[in-house]
Design a protein around this ligand. Structure first.
Ligand code: MG
Length: 349
């Protein structure tokens, strides 16, 4: 078992331990005096882990209620949130009670947003079950939903009271989901940790996934502790995401997974920054090869004009300019402000 402490406004622990799902109640009991717990999950994850979590919570003395929604990014909207509110109210979940988010990124983002807003905020615990959620979305307190105009445009910063990571859950996922998370893992190597990047090139990530999760979570924890509300450094975590989000939006959040879109985004932006003389030569090629190793796409047929247009409505735009996370070299990143009108030129070959 390994524990990482996150020193945000309200500090909390991230515990990484195989099999922790089976006795999650014991760990939750240490941080929550709730009477009632609402477990929020989706139709893929709940059938696999729901009983374990509910039993463990019940054994720890909680009254447990569970809510499941249709799995997938399509559910990540205010309609589902509204159903969650009704469910929480019907089951008399009060301000001192607790929400447990059991699932991948979509579940964590939505359950977290429900926790942030229901009764003006109640405690919640993250039990991320996908690699993407374990290394990224469950840490840092970003919660929210998609709206027609874009991904994650409505939400709140709301820190969990505890994060429990059980890498055994990765064994039950189709490889596609593992690869999806690997894009974020590669991202951490790119922006902060050359030795992680080197390691991912050499080993098979699945063979040492606990170490890799720990490594990634520690990087994210450090960044988020220094910049909880994304005033500066935290934006480095968006490496590959400005173009990635644009691609997801163009594809209507359907044909590309988040990780696939981020992989293409990282390759595309690094090719561009390399061409502009901002990034060490050869970096784009290394990222491309590493993405390919983990079955991630590195290229999109969509025109640069369309991608630039979609990216210009990204929430990270600041009036007429956009802050791009770029690499100086593998393992070192920085933020570069660029005029939106020049983005298309910048990414065109
Ligand atoms: Mg991401």
């Amino acid at each position: 078992m390994r524990t990482l402490k996150v020193e945000t406004g309200r500090p909390y622990d991230i515990i990484i331990k195989n099999g922790i799902i089976d006795n999650c109640g014991e760990f939750i009991k240490k941080v929550s005096k709730a009477m009632r717990v609402a477990v929020i999950s989706d139709t893929n994850v709940f059938p696999i882990y729901g009983d374990k979590v509910v039993n463990s919570l019940t054994n720890s003395g909680y009254q447990v209620y569970s809510f499941t929604f249709e799995a997938g990014e399509k559910s990540k909207n205010l309609t589902t949130i509204s159903k969650m509110y009704d469910f929480l109210a019907e089951n008399h979940i009060t301000r001192t009670d607790l929400i447990v988010a059991l699932g991948g990124g979509v579940t964590g983002d939505m359950a977290g947003f429900a926790a942030a807003s229901y009764l003006r905020g109640i405690d919640f615990v993250q039990i991320p079950t996908s690699l993407l959620a374990q290394v990224d979305s469950s840490v840092g307190g970003k919660t929210g939903v998609d709206i027609g105009a874009g991904k994650n445009l409505v939400g709140a910063f709301w820190q969990p009271v505890l994060v429990l990571i059980d890498s055994n859950t990765l064994d039950t996922l189709p490889p596609y989901y593992f690869e999806d998370g690997m894009a974020e893992v590669i991202k951490y190597g790119c922006i902060k940790d050359k030795s992680l990047f080197d390691k991912l090139e050499k080993v098979n990530a699945a063979d040492c996934i606990d170490d890799i999760i720990y490594n990634c979570v520690a990087i994210k924890r450090d960044v988020v502790s220094r910049d909880e509300r994304e005033k500066g450094e935290r934006a480095l975590l968006n490496f590959g995401h400005t173009l990635g989000h644009a691609l997801e939006k163009i594809n209507n959040f359907t044909s590309l997974s988040h990780g696939q879109a981020v992989a293409i985004g990282m390759c595309m932006i690094t090719k561009a920054s390399e061409k502009a003389g901002l990034t060490e030569k050869g970096s784009a090629k290394r990222i491309e090869n590493l993405c390919k190793k983990y079955n991630l796409p590195t290229y999109s047929e969509i025109s640069k004009t369309e991608i630039a247009r979609a990216a210009s409505s990204d929430k990270k735009t600041n009036g007429s300019s956009i802050k791009l996370a770029l690499l100086k070299e593998i393992g070192e990143s920085y933020l570069e402000k660029i005029e939106i009108s020049k983005l298309e030129d910048f990414i065109s070959e």
